[in-house]
Write a protein that binds this ligand. Structure first.
Ligand SMILES: NC(=O)c1ccc[n+]([C@@H]2O[C@H](COP(=O)([O-])OP(=O)(O)OC[C@H]3O[C@@H](n4cnc5c(N)ncnc54)[C@H](O)[C@@H]3O)[C@@H](O)[C@H]2O)c1
Length: 354
């Protein structure tokens, strides 16, 4: 099999990694997944992703699982040297900004050190292969909170017309509160750009808004829509942290993330950065998400308001998708927010019964 037909995906048992594995397997790729179920260490049994690894092993004949910690530098160097993949998608991470403050070494070693291990291994073994890094909108820190806002009945929105389409990639990542997670992701993000510009490698950073879908092992500290649906179905209390529950997130289905990654891999650029989210059309506040989920399940959401926002949390964030659409005109969103939430409801209904 030629090198171009092999993809290596880190974080393959997670939401994005597993979707990328499935999508590329459908395109005929041999898929190598790297995951050590660290999500269960970060978040406890509720964050366990073994079920997703087993699902991939069951459903994808071309899938090979590698039980490897991306912090293991020699292990990463050896694996990339052995596989020499034609595409690399780096989605393994400590993904929660709240969790990072209690595990700063694990967070930085995973998000910054692990990314460096992947980049250097790629440079040594397959420098011409597209390298796609899942970054985050937290690289902008709480800078977006300085934009003037308007408070509407169920959400905040930008009052400044400059941001009518959302936050562009030119927004400053500097001099704001990021959370330790945001800072460790910035380190990875800048390294990915640097390996592009300095070594002319085809790298890109995807600065995600809320990436979601039916395969998320949502927990309170990460995966808000998935966790919110789970709370609704289990009649559990969902805690709203500050901003009157009107904080806005833009939500993109993991399938549309995988489709963009494929578009980039087919026509890569060097050291690029894209803001990747559901955009204005798929943005909602927590209060609006409650209403949407209630409509689908018929169950009222049980919630408690905690009058204290999460440190560095965005009041209103949605991605300006114009750069992605300009560079990759054949890509666009295909799953609406309503469809995404309906799929998450279905998935939890099935998982909670079994
Ligand atoms: N889901 C979102 O809303 C969102 C938003 C913005 C950015 N992102 C980024 O996208 C990427 C994927 O996010 P996700 O939602 O799929 O997260 P996830 O937690 O569902 O998946 C990450 C996977 O990486 C694995 N992992 C963690 N540390 C590892 C290590 N040291 N070695 C090997 N495997 C390890 C975990 O076990 C997990 O299966 C992350 O980089 C995250 O920061 C996600």
């Amino acid at each position: 099999m030629s090198k171009e037909e092999r993809i290596l995906v880190t974080g393959s048992s997670g939401l994005i990694g597993s979707e990328v594995c499935t999508y590329f397997a459908e395109q005929g790729y041999r898929v190598h997944g790297v995951d050590n179920n660290q999500r269960a260490v970060f978040f406890g049994p509720q964050g366990d992703t073994r079920w997703n690894q087993q699902r991939l092993e069951r459903e994808l004949p071309s899938f090979v699982h590698h039980e490897l910690d991306i912090r293991d530098r020699n292990g990463v160097l050896a694996l990339l040297n052995e596989i020499r993949p034609g595409v690399i998608v780096h989605a393994a991470a400590q993904p929660s900004h709240d969790r990072a403050a209690t595990i700063p070494f694990d967070d930085f070693d995973t998000n910054a050190g692990g990314t460096l291990n992947m980049l250097e291994a790629a440079r040594r073994s397959c420098p011409e292969s597209p390298f796609i890094y899942l970054s985050t909108n937290k690289v902008y820190g709480d800078g977006p909170n300085r934009i003037s806002l308007v408070e509407l009945e169920t959400r905040w929105d930008y009052a400044d017309p400059q941001y009518a389409e959302g936050i562009p990639e030119t927004f400053s990542i500097d001099q704001s509160v990021h959370s330790l997670f945001g800072a460790s992701k910035v380190a990875g993000d800048v390294m990915v750009q640097e390996y592009g510009r300095y070594f002319q490698m085809p790298t890109c950073c995807l600065r995600g808004g809320c990436l979601t879908g039916p395969n998320h092992s949502g927990v309170e500290l990460h995966g808000f829509l998935s966790y919110l649906v789970r709370c609704n179905l289990e009649r559990r209390e969902y805690r709203i942290f500050g901003y009157s529950g009107k904080q806005v997130r833009d939500n993109i289905h993991s399938r549309d993330v995988a489709r963009f990654i494929h578009a980039f891999a087919e026509a890569p650029r060097v050291g690029e950065v894209y803001n990747l989210g559901g955009g204005k059309a798929n943005a909602c506040s927590i209060l609006e998400a409650f209403a949407l989920v209630e409509r689908l399940t018929g169950e009222p959401q049980i919630s408690r308001y905690v009058d204290d926002n999460r440190i560095g949390d965005h009041i209103c964030y949605y991605s300006d998708l114009r750069k992605m659409r300009a560079h990759y005109p054949r890509w666009d969103l295909t799953v609406t927010l309503e469809q995404t939430v309906a799929q998450i409801v279905d998935a939890w209904q099935q998982k909670l019964v079994s």
